[in-house]
Design a protein around this ligand. Structure first.
Ligand SMILES: [Zn+2]
Length: 211
């Protein structure tokens, strides 16, 4: 996609929707979209309400930023996910409460519910902890997203990716919903897990719907 005013406006709208939908608060989290020569990402340290299209930062594939603002401190994992995953065109990163609470226990989400397959596989992994903004965190995130469209980040938050901003945001909301259900289930007992062959059937169905 071309860097355009419209795309920049859609990135801001997605970031605002993230907060309105309750999966993020304040200015933690960030949103990006792939462009022809890199990606556009929400700026660092600016509330989304005050962000204008010209504040969205263009970052090229080498990690060089242009614009009047600094890119979100997490630009590295956005760059590396786009490099590793040609099918991904949008990334949503949030510190959503339930997903982050599980991530603070260093727990991913196992197949306790068939909807786990929206993430592209039979679980949603939790990437090991590394300091925010570092290459180590980016490497962990890319590995946890292998064969998946979402992951948790230990002691930090979650990432959801998609072919569009709309699908990445919808997935982030779904992951937070699943995290809340799992949280509630494990508060009462240990939920039984769906077997691998059943999850494989559900994943295949989901890929069918999306095709
Ligand atoms: Zn973060």
């Amino acid at each position: 996609m071309k860097d355009s005013h419209a795309l920049r406006a859609r990135i801001i709208a997605t970031a605002l929707a993230m907060n309105a939908q309750g999966i993020n608060r304040g200015k933690s989290g960030n949103v990006s979209a792939r462009t022809d020569d890199g990606f556009l990402i929400t700026p660092s340290a600016l509330p989304y309400e005050d962000t204008k299209p010209a504040d969205v930062v263009a970052v090229d594939r080498g990690g060089n930023a242009t614009g009047r603002r600094k890119p979100s401190s997490e630009w590295r994992f956005h760059r590396d996910v786009y490099a590793a995953r040609p099918e991904v065109a949008a990334i949503v990163h949030a510190h959503s409460p339930f997903a982050t609470a599980l991530a603070c226990l260093e727990r991913g989400i196992p197949p306790f519910h068939y909807m786990i397959a929206v993430g592209g596989g039979s679980d949603i992994r939790c990437a090991p902890y590394a300091t925010f903004g570092t290459q180590a965190l980016s490497d962990h995130a890319v590995a946890a997203l292998h064969g998946r469209r979402a992951c948790l980040l230990a002691h930090h938050g979650m990432i959801a990716v998609g072919a569009t901003l709309r699908s990445a945001l919808a997935l982030a909301i779904e992951v937070e919903t699943l995290a809340e259900m799992y949280w509630r289930a494990i508060a009462v007992g240990e939920p039984a897990l769906l077997p691998e062959d059943e999850m494989a059937r559900v994943v295949a169905r989901f890929e069918d719907y999306q095709a």
